[in-house]
Design a protein around this ligand. Sequence first.
Ligand code: DX5
Ligand code: ZN
Length: 214
Amino acid sequence: MVKIAPSILSADFARLGEEIRAIDEAGCDYIHVDVMDGHFVPNLTMGPPIISKLKPHTKKPFDVHLMIDPAQPYLEEYSNAGADIITVHAEADKHLDRSLQVIRSLGKKAGVSLNPATPEGILEYVLDKVDLILVMSVNPGFGGQSFLTSQLDKIKNIRAMIGDRPIELEVDGGVNTDTIADVVAAGADVLVAGSAVFKGDDYDATIKALRDAV
Ligand code: DX5
Ligand code: ZN
């Protein structure tokens, strides 16, 4: 069964604790936290102090997507704040191999994310150091954008590269009941959904609709 990781970027920021409890009760698998620095991406969101305040609201893993450049100096801080999976962008990291080693040495799962224009070949020499690969199917920075179908071939290629390694393949951006089946057919097993989950009041129903659409 696929995992659903609602992105709290589309939640009500004034009631984040409550929102996290609601998606937890609605059966999500991960809490996807989009960290943006106003530099790597043209938007600014939250950092370690907010994550550490949110952490006690659920036992579900915090899947922290760092859209920050540089990321390496802050990895320990995000780990201490309660991140369980820490994903860095290949484009924002001159020393990707080292960052992945640092994340694992902190006892966390190490993820690499690729922007839509970044080819999958960049993963070739780090495959044995990653626990999760995150394919961006929109240009990062904002929720509610349309899925880029160009990424389906990349997802298929990465699934083949992974082989039998225990690496999760996550897809982020424009995932909804219309697109999820193609994304899963291409090989994704963790689906981030922001606007698709938070658009209504009944998160139980929206998460179930996503699973049913697979
Ligand atoms: C975009 C973020 C996504 C975003 C997805 O930069 O990384 O996680 O919240 O939002 P939707 O599901 O609305 O495309
Ligand atoms: Zn994200």
